[in-house]
Design a binder for this molecule. Structure first.
Ligand SMILES: [Zn+2]
Length: 183
């Protein structure tokens, strides 16, 4: 398992709901948490590891020792959102790219955990931003789609570099030669 980078087509596909919380899902969540910590992220969505299921892992402190801040979310939904806040955001599929993105300040979310229990959480600011960013991934929506005109223009060079790197990776054989980018 590894993190795919923009413009890998897996990032643009809608993820399917998880129908059974089995060993495979548990194993995938564990591997995703390891990858997230290794890359010092706050969240990772299954499409980012080329897995088309509605599964997220998050740690709002970014600290593997802080298990209280660690969440696994299966089939998550935002049931309520309030306010707006514009703040810096990044994504493990866009290494080095940070831009302001407008998000709801507060969200109420529901999801299943690995034990198959439905839980609800209301949070604001950074955790709310992480939830919104990660849930977007499950619909093939990326933070570059949510940037304002300044952020979009400011990202142009980075995006061109990611697209060039994707083609290089195909030539090197790190990606299948026929894989089509999805911008
Ligand atoms: Zn992301």
């Amino acid at each position: 398992m590894k993190i795919v980078k923009y413009p890998h087509p897996a990032l643009r596909a809608a993820a399917q709901p998880v129908m059974a919380i089995d060993k495979d899902v548990e194993l995938a969540a564990g591997r995703m948490l390891d990858l997230m910590y290794k890359h010092e992220g706050l969240g990772l969505a299954a499409p980012q590891v080329d897995l088309g299921i509605q599964l997220l892992v998050m740690n709002f402190e970014g600290d593997p020792a802080r298990k209280d801040a660690e969440y696994v979310a299966i089939n998550p939904v935002i049931v309520e959102s309030k306010g707006t806040v514009n703040d810096r955001e990044g994504c493990l599929s866009f290494p080095g790219l940070y831009q302001n993105v407008r998000r709801a300040r507060t969200v109420k979310v529901q999801a299943y955990n690995l034990k198959g229990q439905l839980y609800e959480m209301t949070c604001s600011d950074l955790p709310a931003r992480v939830w919104q960013h990660e849930i977007d991934h499950l619909a093939g929506v990326l933070f570059i789609d949510k940037m304002g005109p300044l952020g979009k223009l400011g990202s142009k060079k980075d995006l061109e570099k990611f697209i060039a790197d994707f083609e290089k990776d195909k030539k090197k054989g790190d990606l299948p030669p026929g894989l089509e980018p999805r911008l």
